[in-house]
Design a protein around this ligand. Structure first.
Ligand code: ZN
Length: 301
């Protein structure tokens, strides 16, 4: 199995030189660094002391042979193994609750599938925060979320799920990083348990399929992942893309698809830290989904 490591991007861009080639159906391993790029090594260091320009490294990019603009890259997440400790941190002035607290760094132990925080433990649910392909028309920093993925911070992107990413440049140029041992919906203090990881994925090409936002599929549901200048815009974009996928797959008109979403949709916050003056791609990210139906075709083939 090819291991992708030691090369990090800080912008999703069609201009990035691929570090490896993969074939359709190939299984790959990505070694990823935490979102601080391992700059935080003790609880004495707060986030103010680190270089933000060096944050959110994404390992890659990988050129998937045969992937062309207009295709979709399916990434099956086969395994996510995390290190034995990670970092959660607050920064004074960052986030909606920041005036209530101070800048603080916690090194958090992760052992036997459990996360240890203060006197409580809870299950680790490792998830990939940043995963994406390159846009065709600009560069997007890896801390942001956009139509080809990026920092979606969806806690649904775990072992056993598939992430579908639009292909906008030849080869797709897949990169990933920013694994969290665990994160809550919304990520209110602006970090999860930020951690180094070893990820195994399989990449598959779906030829000629229109996809305008990333989609995540798990055992039970399909989710469209979007972002926007605010929560409203992100959610509306999710509904619109989901409606299109439902209408195409189920043969329903827009009215029936709207009714169906009104009865069955799941609307969940990925990273929605509710700051002011957002740029579009720096704004909140949401997932808007519906349950999978055994009696109907898949939303993505
Ligand atoms: Zn993160």
């Amino acid at each position: 199995m090819q291991t992708i490591k030691d090369n990090y991007i800080y912008k999703f861009s069609g201009g990035n030189e691929p570090v490896a080639h993969a074939s359709n159906g190939e299984t790959l391993r990505f070694l990823t660094r935490d979102c601080f790029n391992c700059q935080i090594t003790s609880e004495e260091q707060t986030m103010e002391t680190i270089d933000y320009e060096a944050c959110n490294p994404a390992t890659g990019p990988v050129y998937v042979d045969g992937a062309e603009p207009g295709d979709v890259l399916a990434v099956d997440i086969l395994e996510i193994t995390v290190a034995d400790h990670g970092v959660v941190a607050t920064v004074k002035g960052f986030g909606i609750l920041s005036e209530l607290g101070v800048s603080r760094t916690r090194i958090v132990e992760v052992k036997d599938g459990q996360v240890f925080f203060n006197e409580v433990t809870f299950p680790a649910v490792p998830m990939i925060g940043v995963i994406g392909t390159a846009p065709s028309d600009r560069s997007v920093i890896t801390g942001y979320s956009f139509e080809c993925g990026g920092n979606m911070d969806s806690r649904k992107i775990t072992k056993g799920t598939t992430v579908y990413l639009p292909v906008r440049v030849p080869g797709g140029l897949l990169s990933m990083g920013d694994v969290h041992a665990v994160m809550g919906d919304g990520e209110v203090c602006e970090t999860g348990v930020e951690i180094n990881a070893d990820i195994q994925v399989r990449v598959r090409i779906i030829k000629d399929f229109e996809l305008n936002w990333p989609v995540t599929e798990n055992e039970d549901a399909w989710f469209v992942n979007t972002n926007g200048v605010d929560c409203n815009q992100a959610i509306e974009r999710g509904y619109r893309e989901l409606l299109r996928l439902i209408s195409d797959a189920y043969g329903w008109d827009n009215t029936d698809s709207t009714m169906y979403m009104s009865l069955q949709a799941l609307v969940e916050a990925n990273q929605a830290v509710l700051g002011l003056n957002y740029l579009d791609e720096k704004g909140p990210t949401f997932r808007v989904g519906v349950p999978k139906l055994a009696s109907k075709p898949r939303l993505i083939p």
